[in-house]
Design a protein around this ligand. Structure first.
Ligand code: 5GP
Length: 204
């Protein structure tokens, strides 16, 4: 049975951990799941498309969205701002459609506070050395940027214990199986099914 409201999934993992790859696998199995496109002040990387990977916006536009209450959450990460535009996400949830946010830990904690029904999931790298290796293989950042991202990774991993679920991305297909399993099981979490219990009791 489907919950009346959609489920809000919050998925975090250190940069370079393979979050996008694992999530892409899971999205193939859950075509009805909506992915929230974030706004960012970061410059696009090669191959990134405005409106698909991110809304690439100016600092002024970003600040305006925050000030007018248009963001569900926002955070600064390695010198750039990132945020989740609120309107679409709430509209989907209210229409019973599940949504996933792929965001860093400060933003994730903001969502957890303002929307406690959110299901929070953290994916770990096998090790920090492996994470650095994956970032270097991506060839999209300078060594200085990579050092910053590794530093952020250790801070983020320390936040993992605040999430509902945690697992390791060692082999992509296995990590995708785990994430899919978590997402399916969490549809039956008590915290998002209170109305279901009430509904049955009311019929007694
Ligand atoms: P990247 O620059 O590698 O695309 O993203 C850097 C970090 O920002 C990643 O951990 C990514 O998940 C996170 N991020 C992307 N969009 C958002 C967002 O809307 N809000 C927050 N808080 N973090 C985001």
């Amino acid at each position: 049975m489907k919950t009346a409201k959609g489920v809000l999934y919050v998925f975090s993992a250190p940069s370079g951990c393979g979050k996008g790859t694992v999530l892409a696998e899971v999205r193939k199995r859950m075509p009805e799941l909506r992915y929230s496109v974030s706004a960012t002040t970061r410059a696009p990387r090669e191959g990134e498309v405005d409106g698909v990977h991110y809304y690439f916006v100016s600092r002024e536009r970003f600040d305006e969205l925050v000030e007018t209450g248009g963001m569900l959450e926002h955070a600064t990460f390695c010198g750039n701002s990132y945020g989740t535009p609120k309107e679409k996400v709430l509209e989907f949830l209210n229409n019973g459609i599940d949504v996933i946010l792929e965001i860093e830990t400060k933003g994730a904690m903001m969502v957890k506070e303002s929307y406690p029904e959110a299901v929070t999931i953290f994916m770990l790298p096998p090790s920090i050395e492996e994470l650095r290796r994956r970032l270097l293989n991506r060839h999209s950042e300078t060594e200085e940027v990579i050092d910053g991202r590794v530093h952020e990774a250790t801070r983020e991993i320390a936040m993992a214990e605040n999430y509902d679920y945690v697992f390791v991305n060692d082999v992509v297909s296995e990590a995708a199986d785990t994430l899919y399993g978590i997402m399916q099981a969490s549809k039956s979490l008590t915290k998002i099914n209170k109305d279901l219990i009430k509904g049955v009791l009311e019929k007694c």
